[in-house]
Design a protein around this ligand. Structure first.
Ligand code: IVH
Length: 669
């Protein structure tokens, strides 16, 4: 390769790697496996070494991928948060060991730890109390996610009764246990939300949500693997880990001391299979020099320590031919591409289909019909395509394009700005959407109509007996009996369980309607705030967003559901069938000084956290809202309130109140 060619390749590689960094760290939606990503980095490193005049300080080979987002304040890390060099083979591990022994001129003892696959966190404690929790960010500065981290019960907020340094930093990995991940995805799919691709993305995405209550509900865990500070209690990493554990931090009990690289390799071999039994995803082993003096001697590169390395397990892969891509339409109209493959054996099963997340993934992989592709089974059950062998491309294969119209009803698909998925907007007539809504309505957590399942819904639908949920209540036994595999007994059981569903409580009816983004919890909240469906139907976006947990996205979905004339007819038919459309009003305390007031809390506070202020507002009968509008009563403002918010408040003539005045008014001073 000459310099001109190298220049072109280097530029393309840098661009592609930056794109993957963005997908991994910001969108939490990567489209290639770690292995594929590491291959790109490796190729770039080799080229930059060969053509040093083409190297650049901003190359992704010298930078840590950044997770910084504008929604959080950023702070500088006291100690930079570096990444780790990695390898997939034992020869490179032996080279690592030889390099180190040369550098320190003697034997080296290693600590072997599992490499947990989550989101890294750096927490500083001052006088034994958690002060800030930062994400890795760009390695130099990280996002301040302290409010979220404080809700994770596995992480201590204060350390008592110990002889601890005045200030220290504990680093670890925030994780979502696999079981929690599966439960969360089931709920998300029911609510019409995109499922998370794997537990890592779910943990990283949760850590960056803006509502600490959501973080608290997600059962995150955290395992600590690093203690930093000025006068550390021990001269070894292993010793410091034990100290951390003694202070109440969760560390991994499977960590081991190894006296040679041979023992390290044994540890790696042992955990290759055993790790499947752990409750968390792991993707390798981290090998660290135990002695802190030897660590200092070995030193650092721009991006990572020379005294540590990650051995990564390669997920089992298979290579096969891509035959075609089909497109499936879900209950909420989401369109998902699915790859049809030449059947191939992978990790004990025959794989015929693989998921492709969305249009972006198809274009990033530049998929063509007949391509030889690599499929991988990661933490997820459904295998995914992680790479293409473009050298083996058969020129006759056409490039795969995402469809423009719905494969079920022909309507032009829509992709909202900022969203990754295409969906079919033909809410009223697209068959899988119609059937999907009925299936959701009858499901156990909604109207719980026994005896009716997916197959029966399909049967009733294809025989033209039902098009929407209200049709269920008009069904007669004599219409069912002639159908396939039905019989009188089954028919009457179905009818009586449909009739029985009229006693289902109101909050479950709200959930059963299948309003986009209204899951079980949101439905409960709505039912408590609006004790009759009529009240909920007449609520506008402003009123809805005053309810805790209801943001503009959910609010506008509710309003658009209730402005659809077809839905109004369905609701009125459900009402005539006797379905419960009223419930118990929310029990509120005494009227309170803020009763009827709508308050927007904005900025950074010193006396209480933002969430504590929100609680105080509710305690005194007020409601919190996230956006300023004509109905806002006043703004409780701390430091750094955004200039656009301030301008809007001034334009609308809304009072801006400081925390002292607010505390005095509510008697909380
Ligand atoms: S040590 C300088 N130990 O892997 C040392 N990291 O690719 C930095 N990770 O950002 C980290 N398990 O998020 C360390 N036992 C472990 C780990 C671990 C997972 C993550 C961590 C880090 C990334 C490096």
């Amino acid at each position: 390769m000459n310099q001109e060619e190298a220049k072109g390749r280097i530029e393309r590689l840098r661009k592609e790697i930056e794109e993957h960094n963005h997908r991994y760290y910001i969108l939490n939606d990567p489209v290639v496996s770690d292995f594929e990503y590491d291959l790109l980095i490796n190729e770039l490193q080799v080229l930059e070494k060969k053509f040093p005049e083409l190297s650049s300080p901003s190359s992704p080979t010298l930078k840590v991928g950044s997770d910084i987002t504008k929604e959080f304040l950023q702070y500088e890390h006291r100690y930079p948060m570096l990444s780790l060099g990695n390898t997939y083979n034992f020869d490179e591990l032996r080279d690592f060991d030889a390099r180190l022994r040369r550098a320190v001129n003697g034997p080296v003892e290693y600590v072997c730890e599992l490499k947990f696959d989550g989101a890294s966190i750096s927490i500083t404690y001052v006088d034994g109390v958690m002060s800030t929790a930062l994400t890795r960010g760009d390695g130099t500065r990280g996002d301040d996610v302290s409010a979220n981290v404080r809700t994770i019960s596995a992480i201590p907020t204060a350390i008592r009764n110990h002889d601890i340094p005045e200030e220290f930093t504990a680093r670890g990995e925030i994780l979502m246990p696999r079981a929690v991940f599966h439960r969360l995805n089931e709920e998300r799919e029911k609510e019409g939300l995109n499922p998370f691709a794997n537990p890592r993305n779910a943990a990283a995405g949760t850590l960056k949500t803006l509502d600490p209550a959501v973080v608290a509900s997600r059962n995150l865990d955290c395992i600590f693997y690093f203690l930093l500070g000025e006068n550390l209690p021990h001269k070894t990493h292993y010793g410091n880990l034990r100290i951390l554990s003694g202070w109440g931090f969760k560390t991994d009990g499977n960590t081991e001391l190894c006296r040679s690289i041979g023992e390290v390799i044994e540890y790696i071999d042992k955990w290759d299979k055993l790790r499947e039994e752990l409750p968390f995803d792991t993707d390798g082993v981290v090998i660290k020099v135990n002695s802190l003096d030897q660590q200092a001697e070995a030193g650092y590169t721009a991006k990572s320590p020379r005294w540590a390395i990650a051995y990564k397990y390669k997920a089992e892969q298979a290579r096969t031919r891509l035959l075609s891509v089909s497109f499936q339409v879900g209950r909420t109209g989401n369109v998902t591409p699915v790859a049809n493959l030449d059947p191939v054996q992978l990790a004990g099963t025959t794989v015929k289909r693989a998921s492709l997340h969305n249009a972006d993934q198809i274009y990033l992989l530049d998929l063509h019909v007949n391509d030889m592709v690599y499929v991988e089974k990661g933490g997820e059950i459904i295998p995914k395509i992680v790479g293409v062998d473009s050298a083996a491309r058969d020129e006759s294969g056409k490039r795969i394009r995402f469809i423009e119209s719905c494969p079920e009803c022909g309507t032009m698909l829509v992709r909202n700005e900022g969203e990754a998925n295409h969906y079919c907007p033909n809410y009223l007539h697209c068959p899988p959407q119609l059937k999907g809504r009925i299936e959701h309505f009858i499901s156990r957590k909604a109207m719980d109509i026994d005896g009716l399942g997916e197959e029966t819904v399909d049967l009733l639908f294809s025989n033209g007996l039902i098009r929407n949920v209200a049709d269920l209540y008009d069904l007669k036994p004599e219409q069912l009996v002639p159908l396939d595999r039905m019989g009188e007994k089954t028919a009457s059981r179905i009818i009586s369980s449909i009739k029985g569903s009229v006693s289902i409580p109101y909050h479950r009816v709200v959930f059963a309607l299948g309003i986009r983004h209204v899951g079980e919890t949101v439905a409960k909240t709505l039912a408590a705030e609006f004790p009759s469906l009529n009240q909920l139907m007449s609520a506008d976006i402003e009123t809805l967003t005053t309810v805790n947990e209801i943001g503009p996205k959910i609010a506008s979905s509710i309003v658009s559901y209730f402005t659809d004339p077809e839905n109004i007819i369905i609701i009125s038919r459900l009402r005539s069938a006797g379905i419960k459309m009223t419930g118990e009003p929310k029990k509120t305390g005494s009227a309170g000084i803020l009763s009827g007031k709508i308050v927007v809390v904005s900025g950074v506070f010193t006396r209480h956290s933002r969430d504590e202020y929100k609680e105080i507002i509710e305690k005194h009968g007020g409601r919190n809202s996230s956006s300023i509008s004509g109905s806002t009563s006043f703004i409780l403002a701390g430091d750094n309130m955004g200039p656009s918010k301030r301008a809007k408040a001034e334009e609308l003539g809304i009072k801006i109140m400081g925390e002292e005045e607010f505390l005095a008014m509510t008697g909380e001073l």
